[in-house]
Design a protein around this ligand. Structure first.
Ligand SMILES: [Fe+2]
Length: 264
């Protein structure tokens, strides 16, 4: 499995505290069947993004863990105006492995009505936003339909693995499952912060998805799509599984940007 959201860089945010914790987190992830991790420190007022420090610590970590897990670098990018301006000026500074996908997180309290314009501007400079854990966002829990417009633009969606196991409460769990059922989810990721309360474990959620929606969907959310994002390739698979679609139904026609970015 491939984990595209993981706070593995130590000492830069509220994720891993130190090198030893990070080494153990990699071991735990490997034991769970995770082969690739994108380290994604926060970029937010409280935890400013520090590309040089991140790169240095990633190198140290790679030396310690060897080939156990393939490590990459990205960012858990909070959607503030300052951040967006900087990302537009430096399109690959925050993206997963410096390629074309960007994890974006909404503030809990307010989502700007201009956000669709901002996503559009990002896509124009080659950044494809991946909306992280909408099922845990209080505003989107109340109005999940707000996701529709952004999905139509070509944004993708990542659900936190442990939302599906119930760790973030009933509401997040139900909404996470609903979004998968409605074919609005492209990735599961751990959003791991530590070894205990938010551990780097994907297999439990994968099993839940496989039981409810089939092994193929689970594979797409935990392996195929996240590997494509890790490598900067288009998400070429149809995100529409067919468990409740009549066989002869035409898939929805995606928007222009979705087509430009290769989503079928
Ligand atoms: Fe995160």
């Amino acid at each position: 499995m491939i984990d595209i959201h993981h706070h593995l860089i130590y000492g830069v945010d509220d994720g891993s505290r130190d090198l030893e914790t990070s080494v153990q987190m990699v071991e735990m992830a490997a034991a769970d069947g995770i082969t690739h991790i994108v380290c994604t420190p926060h970029a937010v007022e409280r935890y400013p993004y520090q590309p040089e420090v991140n790169a240095e610590r990633l190198a140290t970590l790679r030396e310690r863990v060897g080939n156990k897990v393939k490590l990459g670098l990205g960012c858990d990018f909070h959607l503030s105006f300052e951040n967006i301006d900087d990302a537009l000026a430096h399109p690959h500074k925050y993206t997963l492995n410096g390629l074309n996908y960007l994890l974006v997180e909404f503030p809990d309290t307010m989502i700007s009505p201009r956000i669709a314009d901002m996503f559009y501007e990002m896509m124009v400079v080659g950044i494809r936003p991946i909306i992280t854990h909408p099922e845990r966002n209080l505003t989107l829990q109340r109005k999940p339909e707000r996701l529709n417009e952004w999905l139509e633009q070509g944004c993708l969606v990542q659900v936190t693995a442990n939302s599906l196991t119930g760790r973030f409460g009933k509401r997040a769990q139900e909404m996470g499952m609903q979004l998968i059922e409605q074919r609005r989810v492209h990735f599961l990721a751990t959003d791991a912060h530590d070894l205990k309360s938010r551990p780097p474990v994907l297999s439990e959620a994968r099993k839940i998805v496989a039981e409810k929606f089939g092994a193929e969907t689970a594979e797409r959310l935990c392996v195929t799509n996240p590997l494509a994002a890790f490598e900067g390739r288009p998400i070429t698979e149809a995100p529409i599984p067919d468990w409740d679609q009549p066989a002869n139904t035409e898939p929805e026609r995606p928007g222009l940007l979705a087509r430009l970015f290769g989503r079928r």
